[in-house]
Design a protein around this ligand. Structure first.
Ligand code: BTN
Length: 331
């Protein structure tokens, strides 16, 4: 969807009925362009209704993200991020990684890119991350650590802790984590984290990292039809509309705390809190390793570097740095 679609949606965002004449005049374009743009909006799964006399209405408009509103929920004196809210982009992670190369001055600012619509969201292990217009929080931030990249293990787990803390502070409880970094509610996925490293990193000193977070707020049917695992969104948990601006403000301030603590203390500082939230602790699981091999065992905590420990059937303990965790049914 192009800029005109978004201008139109912002007008229709009041939920009221508008004539095509009013829309064309407000946007200074022809009525036929309004008709084509509405068709494009509808093709994107957005539910704008049309009356026989060419009036348009968006009955369930989104609650738009707004950087001023986000800032109004924060103590700005200590806020370390520079917010950039976009209408649409393919992937906020890709955008930031690209900026590191094309606009390195951005590195000084701790930028956070937030988008209303992410068209080609990246997930872990080469998967896609699906969301629709305004139905999620999809954002990425760039952070500089004083530690070299080799000392960042466990970072994605620590980010999971920040998300759980923020949800609690917003007033919603009951979330758990799944190793390495999914946020769950009753074993269904609410949020995912994708950490990507900039190639520019100086291996001896500091490191720049892009941290991408996708959190389901009130998923559109487009997203629901595409997600291929058990998922949940905040609206279905609470039955109430979610204030995305406020939740994002809380999330960013928790992230700032966690990133600073991680910078000084590493994952060890979060380890007990993380284990406390782990939905699979003590459970019988198998891990699918990157080479496809399956290992069965009981989860026995995570280590100071964020790797997971399993007690195998033989009684031996083994530690794994990567893989996909799955519950063993009936155990
Ligand atoms: C996962 O597979 O669990 C990780 C999903 C991460 C999705 C987020 S959405 C914002 C950011 N931009 C992307 O392209 N991906 C991450």
């Amino acid at each position: 969807m192009g800029p005109l679609s978004f201008s139109l949606l912002r007008i229709l965002g009041d939920g009221k009925l508008h004539t095509i004449d009013f829309l064309a005049q407000s946007l200074k374009v022809s009525q036929s362009l309004i008709t084509n743009t509405i068709d494009d909006i509808k093709r994107n799964g957005i539910n704008v209704s049309t009356t026989p006399n060419a009036c348009y209405q968006w009955p369930n408009p989104i609650n738009w993200l707004d950087d001023n509103k986000i800032l109004s929920y924060l103590n700005q004196a200590n806020f370390p991020f520079h917010l950039i809210v976009l209408d649409a982009i393919d992937s906020t992670n890709r955008f930031l990684l690209n900026q590191v190369i094309t606009a390195p001055q951005i590195l000084q600012k701790n930028p956070v890119i937030i988008t209303e619509l992410q068209t080609h969201g990246r997930g872990r292990l080469g998967r896609r991350w699906y969301s629709g217009l305004g139905d999620s929080l999809t954002f990425s931030l760039l952070w500089r650590f004083d530690r070299p990249v080799q000392q960042l293990s466990g970072l994605s787990l620590a980010i999971g802790v920040a998300i759980i803390r923020a949800l609690k502070q917003y007033g919603i409880a009951g979330f758990t984590l799944k190793w390495p970094n999914d946020v769950l509610f009753r074993f269904c996925k609410l949020a995912g984290i994708l950490i990507e490293l900039s190639n520019d990193n100086d291996k001896r000193t500091g490191s720049f990292v892009v941290i991408g977070i996708g959190l389901n707020i009130q998923l559109s049917s487009f997203a629901k039809e595409n997600i291929d695992q058990a998922f949940v969104d905040l609206f279905s948990i609470t039955g109430r509309p979610i204030n995305r601006n406020k939740l994002l403000a809380i999330l960013l301030s928790e992230l700032a705390t966690v990133l600073n603590d991680f910078n000084h203390l590493g994952f060890g500082y979060f380890r007990n809190e993380w284990i406390h939230y782990h939905a699979y602790e003590g459970k019988s699981v198998f891990i699918t390793q990157p080479d496809g091999l399956l290992v069965e065992g009981f989860v026995d905590g995570v280590e100071y570097d964020g790797s997971i420990t399993l007690t195998l059937e033989t009684g031996k303990k083994r530690t794994y740095t990567s893989g996909e965790l799955c519950l063993r049914k009936g155990k």
